[in-house]
Design a protein around this ligand. Structure first.
Ligand SMILES: [Zn+2]
Length: 91
């Protein structure tokens, strides 16, 4: 799994069929958003990073995490650190 960057478009996310990981820097909540709930489609060229997303705590600067395989959903929810996020890693 890795953080979204500018080159990740909704189209790619849609084709992959895996949920998008959302991590909130303010309240530390982590959720998985199913592609069907994101309102995207197969010809959607918007960058994922621009999707308007809002945490339940009101934060809008949530981190978007691209999963590489279905197993990573659980790993993400378990609080596994994300490559490139700059989050502190615990040994
Ligand atoms: Zn939050």
């Amino acid at each position: 799994m890795r953080l979204c960057d500018q080159s990740d478009t909704c189209r790619v996310l849609y084709a992959r069929g895996l949920p998008l990981g959302i991590s909130c820097p303010r309240c530390s909540r982590r959720i998985l958003l199913k592609v069907g709930l994101l309102g995207i489609h197969e010809h959607d060229h918007r960058p994922v990073i621009r999707l308007p997303l809002l945490c339940r705590c009101g934060a809008i600067d949530v981190q978007r995490v691209i999963l590489e395989s279905p197993d990573e959903g659980d790993m993400f929810l378990d609080g596994r650190s994300v490559e490139g996020s700059g989050m502190a890693r615990t040994a």
